[in-house]
Design a protein around this ligand. Structure first.
Ligand code: ZN
Length: 445
């Protein structure tokens, strides 16, 4: 297969997108570090999401709540107090087993081809699941006397507990949404598939507060909007995207309806975002545990109610992996690997190259770089043959190559080389800026 995870992992390391954590110490399980190109790409994706949510919707506002929160929040959410042992469920007969009854090596054990000890069905066992996945820590100078605290396993709770403060301060009327990007932590027992499932990750969640009775319509709207985001904004191939609805057995206890947006990864169709109708479950629980009234007062109808919540919950790292897999292209004809990012996502917009390292060409190329720098992320490269320089940038996903040659010294023109087609066009130095903008706007994926 062209788009294998192994090839993408290797390109990510080679070109500085993603490294395994603590590499010189032999790595640290299921944690990854984002290199120079990876952090730029990740930031661009999260900025597009943020813009889509908070700029394109006048009734959605942002929030950045703490990773550490009052431990009672996790009692209310149901995260603490759950079973502590990893469990395996049989989808056929609904029996539940401790995972260590089968094997101590959860990651490599073949759960797919194991028989259920109760009903004897093969292939009906789930992978081991831990119900309490939270990382524990302590607040205060001494561990014993300190208060137990947890690294948040999801960003959503930070939104629920701040919802009234946000609503009041911004004078928001239902329906309205609160968006948040932030890190979350889960002590996953089966972490795998590169950055797909990791123990430290970033969520991009938006919680939309609606009047009960309007929740089904809102759910429908958010499903469409979120699916459109992947195709229209990120340029993800539509044939590799689909919806999966949770049936009664999959539905979480808090959800009335739940849909996953799935992408066809090299390891199979997997969830990249969830759109859930959480009803008033969360606010009810926080009322119960905090003793505070969390209802919303609707002035126009002079009534109070507890809003229903439609949640759109995406993982930034999964979204990044989707963009990487989608972009990866082996151009066998030309013996090169190309990351076909949309120019608005590409970490580097253009590489500026003097054809040779003499005759004033490097100086001219630097001049051009300084013209473009305020508006575009550009890179200067004079190392190696021009073909090698282009191929390096093809792997980095840089959409444009600007080359200064001897003709540039005579008539102030340069060539722009297009990454995907390798075609070139000659442009006057005064219009490079405008031309790059045009090319980006007219981009088709
Ligand atoms: Zn069974």
């Amino acid at each position: 297969m062209d788009k294998s995870i192994e090839k993408i992992v290797s390109l990510c390391k080679r070109r500085g997108f993603i490294f395994q954590s603590s590499d010189i110490y032999g790595g640290f399980s299921a944690i990854y570090d984002y290199g120079p190109l990876g952090v730029d790409l990740k930031n661009k994706i999260s900025q597009l999401w943020w813009k889509e949510m908070t700029q394109n919707h006048e009734n959605i506002v942002g929030l950045d709540s703490g990773i550490l929160m009052h431990p009672k929040i996790w009692e209310a959410s149901g995260h603490t107090g759950a079973f502590n042992d990893p469990l395996v469920d049989c989808k056929q007969c609904k029996s539940r087993f401790r995972a260590d009854e089968f094997s101590d090596d959860f990651e490599s054990f073949d759960w797919q081809n194991t028989k259920c000890p109760k009903c004897g069905t093969t292939g009906s066992l789930t992978e081991p699941r831990q119900f309490n996945l939270m990382f524990k820590t302590h607040i205060g100078p001494v561990e014993e006397s300190g208060m137990e605290a947890f690294l948040r396993p999801e960003t959503a709770q930070g939104i629920y507990v701040n919802y009234q403060l946000v609503q009041g301060a911004m004078r928001l009327k239902v329906p309205f949404g609160i968006a948040q990007i932030g890190k979350a932590f889960r002590n996953e027992i089966v972490a795998r598939n590169f950055i797909f499932r990791t123990r430290e990750f970033e969520q991009m969640e938006m919680q939309y507060f609606v009047k009960p009775g309007f929740d089904d319509d809102s759910m429908q709207q958010w499903k469409e909007k979120r699916f459109g985001f992947y195709h229209e904004i990120l340029g993800i191939d539509k044939s590799r995207l689909r919806f999966h609805e949770h049936d009664k057995n999959e539905l979480a206890h808090y959800a009335k309806e739940a849909w996953d947006i799935e992408y066809k990864f090299p390891f199979g169709w997997s969830e990249i975002e969830g759109v859930h109708n959480r009803t008033d479950f969360d606010l009810k629980r926080h009322e119960e545990f905090s003793g505070k009234n969390l209802s919303y007062f609707d002035q126009s109808n002079n009534e109070r109610f507890l809003p229903y919540i439609i949640e759109t919950s995406a993982g930034l790292n999964r979204m990044l992996l989707t963009v990487l897999v989608n972009a990866y292209w082996e151009d066998k004809e030309n013996n090169r690997i190309v990351m076909k990012f949309h120019p608005k996502l590409a970490p580097i917009k253009a590489v500026v190259c003097p054809l040779v390292k003499k005759d004033g060409l490097p100086e001219k190329a630097r001049e051009i770089m300084y013209i473009l720098k305020p508006d575009f992320k550009v890179l200067y490269d004079q190392q190696g043959s021009i073909g090698k320089r282009y191929y390096r940038q093809d792997e980095a996903g840089t959409p444009f190559g600007i080359t200064v040659d001897h003709q540039s010294m005579e008539d102030n023109t340069i060539t722009i080389r297009h990454r995907d087609t390798q075609q070139q066009e000659r442009v006057h130095i005064d219009s490079i800026h405008k031309r790059l903008m045009e090319l980006e706007d007219a981009w088709h994926h």
